[in-house]
Design a protein around this ligand. Sequence first.
Ligand code: NAD
Length: 465
Amino acid sequence: MSNRYDYLVIGSGPAGHISAIKAAQLGLNVAVLEKDPEMLGGVCLNEGCIPAKSLLNDAYIFSTLKKSGELYFQAPSAVINMQKLVEKSRSSSDMLRKGLAFLFKKNKITLIEGEAKFIDANTIEISTSSGSVKVVADKVLIASGSEPRELPGIAFGGNVWNSSRAIRAQGVPESILIVGGGAIGCEFASFFNMVGSCVTLLEAEESILPFEDKEISRRMRSIFKKKGVKVLPSSLLKSVSQREDEVEAEIESGEKVEKEKYSVVLVAVGRCPSTGSLGLEKAGVDIDERGFIKVDDSLRTTASNIFAAGDVIATPMLAHSASAEGILSAEAASGKDTEPIDYDCMPNAVYSDIGAASVGMTEEEVKKKGIEYSVGKQFFKANGRAVTSAQTEGFVKVIADVSSRKILGAHILHHDAPEMIHEFVVAKRGGLTVDDISGSIHAHPTLSETIMDACHAVFGKSLHG
Ligand code: NAD
């Protein structure tokens, strides 16, 4: 191991590893520090997006089998094996982790297992299993990610889970209270509902997915209700008391305070940046009042040779946002001219039995800005592909500016919504109009035809509406 690098990356998640590969491709001598070899690839690959999608996929197959009588084949006595489900999700992560190690080798990136602490802006002490070493780097990227946020007085442990614990569930909890109706809360509510738990989803705001377009969050709530998930909006978890195999939760909903027992409580109320142990003050890196590292448009921190990307900065906590930031930091660190990231064109995706995806503004945000707009909406129940795959729940909603006819926001609710949003991302980024989408021929039969139809409906009539 050398002790001098052009670019030292702290953290191997979607920000760190993509940045390292990009920097190596740009000719820099790169090292990546990762404190836990089992976490190569970060939370997304090992405890987040990837295993969660594996679990959701298999739970969906199971729930389809259970209701197979309705679907003209018979397997209603299907039994779930949670351990196998989780094992399979772990093997998806293992496979991708091995792929990443291969990419590091291919790009001649040095992987150092150890925990980083700044001595000064260019010198980092790394604690490894065989002692500590000092390395010197011309440029540094901090991409140390985030950790689940605890509620005051409610520590994780026992049957009070965070997402890292829930992803490794070894059995189906009889009942589960999920606190937080955001992306993680909705994903796990859908998963545990499909595998047969009795699910309660508690949310502090008036609606679940409070940052999505209201029509999406309202419909998502009624879909959950139809599937047997109890949704408690405008509610707070005040305290828990743990017994051997149950948790008593004190829940405040308006004036009412009630105690309920659950097998498990899963807290998913957001994540906090992980920067505490880095010694940022020694490097001259400032943080804001919420603990996020302050950066400029090229993701340079208050120390001019140090960059930060991903969950440690106050931008959307999304893996794809982190990767885009990783690329930008690598380009800036290697002296290239950079363009700031256009966060208005950042897609958002929530995975569940019925997923949601969006880009741009919600109707509420457009209204608040006083922009003159028109909305086009089309339901999947009129789409041939949706009908043949028995996936008719959901709709596409497009919001366009009346004078320019450009897309202000697009929102999709459907099992495959996260796969479909990119047509709108490209259109929005390229400044295209809804006519450009409705005038483009879409293959038949595809779910994407509903996007074309929704665009027809913005200033005229959908052909299937
Ligand atoms: P989140 O911010 O998406 O949602 C947290 C939810 O908890 C919010 O709806 C909030 O109103 C609610 N909440 C906050 N405090 C509460 C309280 N005391 N009681 C009840 N509800 C409360 O956070 P998350 O779901 O934990 O996810 C963490 C981050 O990871 C987010 O930024 C999220 O976007 C990201 N993530 C994204 C995806 C994806 O893109 N598919 C998946 C998982 C996580």
